[in-house]
Structures are given as C-alpha cells and as structure tokens.
Ligand binder design. Sequence first.
Ligand code: NAD
Length: 377
Amino acid sequence: MTKIGIIGSGTMGIGIAQVASTAGCEVFLFDVNSDQTEKSLFQLKNTLKKLTEKQKISAEKAVEIYNNIRSCTDLAELKDCDLVIEAIIENKEIKTEVFRKLETVVSEDCVIASNTSSLSITSLSAELRNPERFIGIHFFNPAPLMPLVEIIPGLLTDTNLQQKIYDLMKLWGKEPIIAKDVPGFIVNRIARPFYGEALRIVEENLATPEQVDDAMRSVGNFRMGPFELMDLIGIDVNFSVTKTVYADYFYDPKFKPSLLQQRMSEAKLHGRKTGKGFYDYSENAVRPTPEKNEDLYQQIFLRIISMLINEAVEAKRLKIASDEDLELAMQKGVNYPKGLLAWGKEIGYGKISETLQNLHSEYQEERYRQSPLLQKI
Ligand SMILES: NC(=O)c1ccc[n+]([C@@H]2O[C@H](COP(=O)([O-])OP(=O)(O)OC[C@H]3O[C@@H](n4cnc5c(N)ncnc54)[C@H](O)[C@@H]3O)[C@@H](O)[C@H]2O)c1
C-alpha cells in the first residue's frame, strides 16, 4: 500500500500524513477546509525543520517527507489510493456521508479506515456498499510520536484485512495491537476514569486542576496530568468520546460524563488548539502554582488509579485484548508509566478493592462497582 489518502487535516490527519509520508508513502491529504490543510502543512514544515536542526532526520529526508504529501481540494483526487484513513470530526452522520462519497471515488480494492476514537467500526461499516473493506485504525495523539495503533476489525470486516493492516503499521514503525470493537476500544475505555474521576474531584472542590495534575505527576509518575492531557487532546474531542462511550455502554454510570467538561466544551474552551482550556496558552500566561498537600495528593492518586486498574481488570475479564496488549496499550498509547495490571499487583488488588468499596459506601453510586474479577485476581 503506497498511495495513502487522508481525510481531515486537523490534529490527527496531519500527524498520520507525516507518519505515512515518513514511511515513503505518497499521501493525498483532503479537508473541506483548505485553510486548515494549509495551516497544518505550514506547522509540519516547522516540525520538520526542528527535527532537522536536532539531527533526527536529514535535510533531504525532511524535503522528501514534505513533498510526499499532496494537498487536495477535491475528494476525487484520492481516486487511486490503496488505503484511505478518515480523521474528520467525531460525528457518525458526517463520517458516513464522507464514506458514501468516497466509495464512489475509489477503486473496489481500496481499503477504507477510520481513525475514530469511539464510534463503532461495525456501525460505520454497515453504511458502506462494501463493508468488508472497512476497518478501524486508531492512532494516538501526537501520531508521529505515539507508537501505539489499535487495529479494530468490525463484525463485517474481511478476516484477512487485520493482518494486512497490522503488517503495514509495522512497516510504518508503529506498535499495532488488535482490539475488539467495543466502545472506546482498549485505551479510550480503560482511560475514561483518568479524566472522569479527575473532573469529579475538581467539581466537588476537593482539589484544583493543577493540584490533580501535580498529584498524578508526582505520586503516579504520569508524564501529564489529566487536565493537561485533556487540553492537549482537545476538550471537545475528549467530551465527545466520553459521551459516546457512555451512550454505547447503555448509560453505564461508570462512564457518566461531567457537567464541568460540558460547560468547557460549550464555551469553546477546547484547550491548546483554542488557546485556552483548563490552562491558558496565551503568550504571557503564567501557570498557577499548585498548593502542595501530600495527604490530598495520595488520596487523589489512589482514587484515580483504583478506578483505572478496575477498568483494566474488567477489560481482562471480558478479553477485549490479550493481557500483554492491555499492558502495552496503556504504556504506548497514553504513556502510562506502567501497565495497569502490573500496577494493580504492585499496589495490591486488595487495596484497590478497598478504595473502591470506600468510594461506593460514601457516594452510594454504581459508578464505583468493582469488576467481578477484582475479588478473584
Ligand atoms: N485529538 C485526538 O487526540 C485524537 C486521537 C485519536 C483519534 N482521534 C479521532 O480523530 C478524528 C479527528 O480528530 P482531530 O483531533 O484531528 O480533529 P480536528 O478538529 O483537529 O480536525 C478535524 C478536521 O476534519 C475536517 N473536516 C470536518 N468535516 C469534514 C468533511 N466532511 N470532510 C473533510 N474534512 C472534514 C475539519 O475541517 C478539521 O480540519 C476524530 O474522529 C477523533 O475522534 C482524535
């Protein structure tokens, strides 16, 4: 597969374009908003310049990567592609409309993929004339830096396709894993409490966002705290994933979205990309210094990590992926310092269970129910 189409030139689209182009593919990048493509290509030029200065790539390679990407203003320009990866807005109706148009443009052999974070691959494929050629290829942000790629075959996907894509992702220098087509796949399902529980802690005025971030960094060794990460992902994108996962699990209270996140999203305080989210990214903005409190930090960490470990144990019980892939997913997809199953063992599953029991007693909410496997592990 050498001719790759990318639809959507935002955060993810341009990142995936860079990955494919670096691997030597010819990339056709299309977006309804051509200004966005121009802006993204300009940013890519700067990124490549920095990589050259740091001697990560040669000047020739930088030119080659940039020149391999062709900016397209019409979807029809993707007609000769072997694989098209869609990375547009997380909206099923809009994605479906794009796939329908795309099917009239590309050849019968062209593989069509979605980078969706949370929509069902099976449901997207079912809208296609030829659903067997459709598969989920889920990159992580920033795509050129994060090694993990979740490959998600839907119920209607050709059984040979997942291996083909697996091999291609290896060629692109990625660490692919195969995930079941469940809401949020692996990472976005297991990671939900990282954001959800952090938002709750702030909504309940137990701590400030900077304290929660500081606690997760200093006690848990996470590279980024939940609020910094939400600002990077985009609060709108993160909120939309949360809502989809919640609805797709038939409104399981474990995944209930946060009102605070809803308000931030309504206010278009989307994080880095809009210049303001939980933090201010304007030029002279100063980050508030968190008021350190060791006891509070331990409580915050234990509450969030217990919820995360409980989700990993539940994913293991449901065999959403192999144990190895569950561990790899969280470390390579969202940079967690350890695999959650190993972390549970280290902290002690008894302690995790006790923490959840205490939260359940305090809040009387289903949200804190334990995986049946947690008691037996
Ligand atoms: N941001 C992340 O961290 C992340 C990570 C993994 C997956 N994803 C998924 O990747 C997809 C894109 O996310 P993003 O963060 O890059 O979004 P983004 O908002 O940065 O970019 C989306 C782009 O799609 C374009 N677009 C919208 N409708 C279009 C259409 N009909 N045809 C062509 N282009 C259209 C927009 O103009 C925009 O440039 C989503 O499905 C998201 O869930 C996002």
